[in-house]
Design a protein around this ligand. Structure first.
Ligand SMILES: Cc1cc2nc3c(=O)[nH]c(=O)nc-3n(C[C@H](O)[C@H](O)[C@H](O)COP(=O)(O)OP(=O)(O)OC[C@H]3O[C@@H](n4cnc5c(N)ncnc54)[C@H](O)[C@@H]3O)c2cc1C
Length: 425
C-alpha cells in the first residue's frame, strides 16, 4: 500500500471518529433538528452520544432514508435499494424523539417551528439540514412533472427518482443514447455526475455495449477530471462523450415528450434516456425562513454554523455556503458535530469550540476502480472565513495503478458503512 493511500485512508477513518473537544452540557436543552439526512441524522446521533442531558427531537417526513451515495451503484445494477435504505430505529433507540412530519415555518424570534401535521415545536437551539431544492424552470421546460419523465435522481427521498432512472436504463434498447445534463457550480456532490456517467457506462458495457452516453455540461472543468477521464478511456473506450460548456454543452431547455435536450446555441439532442440534474438551491424551508441570500444558499458563521440572518439557527449540510468545502455527505457529517457542539456551548454562553472539518469524496469509475479527493478545512477565529489547511489534502495519483484503484474502491465501501453506522446506529 502506498504512503499516499494509507495516509488518506487514515485521515478518512480518524475523521469519522473525530469530535470537537468541548465540555458536556449541564442542561436539558431542547435541541430541535430539521431534516434526517446526512447532516440532521449525524447531528442527532452525535448529540445523544455527547450531550445525553439534551432533549433531541428530529423532524423528517420520510420513515426511511435512502442515501444518494451509492445510488450510482444502484444504477449500475451493483446495489439494490435495500443496500442504501436506512431505518431511524437506531436513532430512536438512542433516545432521539423522531417525528415523521414536515417543517413548514420557522419563527426565529419566538424559537418556534410549525409542522405540516398541525403541531408547533419550541426549541432552545435549532439545527437545520434540509438539503437542496431543485430550481424548477431554471432549465426551460424542466419542472416537477418533467422530472417524472427525465429523472434527476439527485435527492434521497424514498428512492423513487433513482429507481425510475434505473428502470429507464433497463428498458433502453442496445444502441440507445443516454443524455445527462450537468449544472454549473455550486451544486450537490461535485464528483457525483461523473461517477454516475461511469456507473451507467459500466452497466451499458455489460448489457448494451453498442450504446452511448452524451454528457452535456454547463462547466469547462470538473472534480477529479483527469482521473475520471483516464478511467473512462481505460474501461469504456469511446462510449462516453463529455461536452463542456464552451463547446455548447450547457442545456437550457428540455422537451420531455420528445426526449430532447437543447443547448445554449440551439443544438437539439434527441436521446433515449435523459437524466437532467438541474441547478439547485438550499432546501425550501431555509429559503422561506429568510435565511438564504440571493445566491439561494444560506450564509453561516464558519465556526458555529449559525445562519447570518438568525441567531440560534445552525444551518448545516448542502443548504449552506461552505466556502471552499464541497457539498458532500462527509462535510455534512463533520460539520454537524461542530454545529451541535457550538449550539450547546452557546447555551452556556460560551464561544464555539476550535474546529477542523474533514472531507474525503470517493468515486467509483468501475466497480473495483476507485478514486478520491481529500480536503481538511479550518475556520478562522471569528467565523467569517474558512480555508483549506495547506498541504493537507490532494487527489489519488494518476497513472496505471490497478492495485491502488482496487483498494480505493474497497475504502469507499468501508467509508459508506462507517458513516451510515455513525449516523443511524
Ligand atoms: C448521486 C450522488 C452521489 C453522492 N455521493 C456522495 C459520496 O460518495 N460521498 C459524499 O460525501 N457525498 C455524496 N453525495 C452528496 C450527499 O448526498 C449530500 O451532500 C448530503 O446528502 C447532504 O446532506 P444534507 O443533510 O444537507 O441533505 P440530505 O442528506 O438530502 O438530507 C436532507 C433531509 O431533510 C429532509 N427535509 C427537507 N425539507 C424538510 C422539511 N421542511 N422538514 C423536515 N425535513 C425536511 C429531507 O427529507 C431529507 O431527508 C452524493 C450525492 C448524489 C446526488
Amino acid at each position: 500500500m502506498s504512503n499516499n493511500i494509507s495516509r488518506r485512508s487514515l485521515i478518512a477513518a480518524t475523521a469519522l471518529l473525530a469530535a470537537p473537544t468541548t465540555l458536556r452540557a449541564q442542561t436539558s436543552a431542547r435541541l430541535l433538528i430539521i431534516g434526517g439526512g446526512f447532516g440532521g441524522a449525524s447531528a442527532a446521533s452525535f448529540a445523544r452520544r455527547h450531550y445525553p442531558e439534551a432533549q433531541v427531537t428530529l423532524v423528517e417526513p420520510n420513515t426511511q432514508f435512502v442515501t444518494c451515495p451509492y445510488g450510482n451503484l444502484l444504477l449500475a445494477g451493483e446495489r439494490q435499494i435495500s443496500h442504501i435504505t436506512h431505518s431511524y430505529d437506531g436513532l430512536r433507540a438512542r433516545g432521539v424523539r423522531i417525528l415523521h412530519d414536515r417543517a413548514i415555518g420557522i419563527d426565529a424570534p419566538a424559537k418556534r417551528v410549525r409542522l405540516q401535521g398541525g403541531d408547533t415545536l419550541t426549541y432552545d437551539r435549532l439545527i437545520l439540514s434540509p438539503g437542496i431544492a431543485m430550481r424548477w424552470g431554471a432549465i426551460e421546460g424542466y419542472d416537477q412533472a418533467a422530472s417524472e419523465i427525465m429523472p434527476h435522481a439527485w435527492v434521497p427521498g424514498d428512492g423513487t427518482q433513482t429507481l425510475l432512472l434505473r428502470r429507464q436504463l433497463e428498458a433502453m434498447p442496445d444502441g440507445g443514447v443516454v443524455g445527462i445534463a450537468i449544472p454549473a457550480n455550486p451544486f450537490r456532490c461535485p464528483p457525483g455526475p461523473y461517477e454516475r456517467i461511469s456507473m451507467i457506462a459500466h452497466y451499458l458495457k455489460k448489457h448494451k455495449p453498442r450504446s452511448k452516453i452524451l454528457a452535456l455540461d454547463a462547466k469547462e472543468a470538473f472534480s477529479k477530471q483527469g482521473l475520471f477521464q483516464d478511467g473512462w478511456r481505460a474501461l469504456y473506450g469511446e462510449m462516453i462523450e463529455w461536452v463542456p460548456g464552451n463547446r455548447d454543452g450547457k442545456v437550457v431547455k428540455v422537451d420531455p415528450r420528445e426526449r430532447v435536450l437543447e443547448t445554449e446555441f440551439g443544438t437539439r439532442h434527441k436521446v433515449d434516456v435523459a437524466n437532467v440534474i438541474p441547478p439547485q438551491s438550499a432546501g425550501t424551508i431555509a429559503i422561506e425562513a429568510g435565511l438564504a441570500n440571493d445566491t439561494g444558499w444560506v450564509p453561516v458563521n464558519t465556526r458555529s454554523f449559525e445562519a447570518r440572518a438568525a441567531q440560534g439557527i445552525h444551518v448545516i449540510g448542502d443548504a449552506n455556503i461552505p466556502g471552499p468545502m464541497p457539498k458532500s455527505g462527509y462535510i455534512a457529517h463533520s460539520t454537524a458535530k461542530q454545529a451541535v457542539a457550538s449550539a450547546m456551548a452557546g447555551l452556556r454562553g460560551e464561544a464555539p469550540p476550535e474546529a477542523l472539518y474533514f472531507n474525503t469524496c470517493y468515486s467509483h469509475v468501475g466497480t473495483d476502480y476507485g478514486i478520491s479527493v481529500v480536503g481538511i478545512f479550518r475556520p478562522n477565529a471569528d467565523g467569517t472565513a474558512i480555508a483549506e489547511v495547506p498541504n493537507s489534502g490532494g487527489v489519488s495519483p494518476r497513472g496505471d495503478l490497478p492495485e491502488q484503484r482496487r483498494l480505493e474502491a474497497i475504502y469507499a465501501d468501508t467509508w459508506y458503512e462507517a458513516i451510515t453506522k455513525s449516523m443511524f446506529g
